[in-house]
Ligand binder design. Sequence first.
Ligand code: HEC
Length: 405
Amino acid sequence: MDMLRSIDWTTLYDWIGLLVRWTHVIAGIAWIGSSFYFIALDASLRPNPRLPAGVSGDTWQVHGGGFYQMQKYTVAPEFLPAHLTWFKWEAYSTWIFGFVLLVLVYYINPSLYLIDTSIANIGEWDAVAVGIGSLVLGWFAYDLLCRSWFGRETGRLAISGFILLIGMAYLYAHLFSGRGAFIQVGALVGSIMVGNVAIIIMPNQRKTVAKLLAGETPEAIWGKEAKQRSVHNNYLTLPVVFLMLSNHYAFTYQTPWNWLILALIFIAGFLIRHWFNIKHTGATPDWRLWPAAGVPVLAAAILTMIGHGAPPIAAGATPATFAEVRPIIDQRCHVCHAARPQFPGFSEPPKGIKFDSPQQIRTLSSQIYAQAVKTHTMPLNNVTEITDEERQKLASWIAAGARLN
Ligand code: HEC
């Protein structure tokens, strides 16, 4: 009985989160992997007079000890093959598990990661409603853009799609916490990508198959439309992975420039993807694409560094002592960062960071600096209401060598 009573049920919640995240990442790997593969396959196809009618090109590949001859029917073969593999569950399951994760981490308790009252004093329900509603609206805006006359020209569509995404990022950055804003942009991009599969690509493929079964010729426009959306998805893969990883790097989003940083990363991601897509055609891509992608990444890095310098410590001022620092850590951090956290919902110290002993505090001083002084990531959403003077004290103690005596 004692064993039962000592069961910690919050760990079960953490396990569910872990399993959902695991599945989400695996599905995402399969999806992005097939996106890379098919875009590269398409690019490597070569016309060949000996190919059957309706085949626009073929290519040879070697993998795992065997040779493959791939052929592409531009519209469709004349018959429906008995064994036909569809690619859709990679996309659907990535989105489904991603959405569950979004709910588990952000929407169940929005005050923790989604809302930052120093940015916008938005209610919990409002935050979740805006979060979900904007995913739906964002899809419709993008889809409309693709279908409109304006989107008929690729360059125009690319630029206006980019402006749409960055506009949304700007909006999110002024409504949610930095971290919340980044995950919302990630969720929006992911939703647009899966929308392309579920609402455009798959229905068009089904229409094609129905025509084939009826013994009629499918319309080429269905394939073209599907191809366009599939290319969009391909160019979005690198930025969306950045967005998912950025949540573990507070310096990317804990700055008023976070939306601009995203814009720069999107540009870099598009350019790098473009380099690979050209390379897969067999042509030599322009080497200048690399520096062109490097410059926005560098600019993003600089944006995360400015405005975060250590607060100046007055010359001659005596540094804060550990006796002054200890109560600050105890009062502002220890509820969460302890072997047994008191903060509701935490079964263990987040990221294993514990401030139980003076030694632990000293060892972690540079991380304390990074999270609570340089950026204001900690205390999380400032739930424990640390003051600026207290941050200053932490800074001065750390700058003087984080001594315990
Ligand atoms: C409300 C609970 C809470 C409080 C209070 C809190 N933290 Fe945290 N802390 C967290 C959570 C949750 C994470 C993990 C964040 C994540 O998953 O990225 C974290 C992570 C950290 C990390 C590791 C960051 C990383 O990405 O490696 C440090 C360092 C840290 N906190 C320091 C502090 C300091 C210093 C204070 C007090 C000034 C503090 N925390 C107050 C909840 C809290």
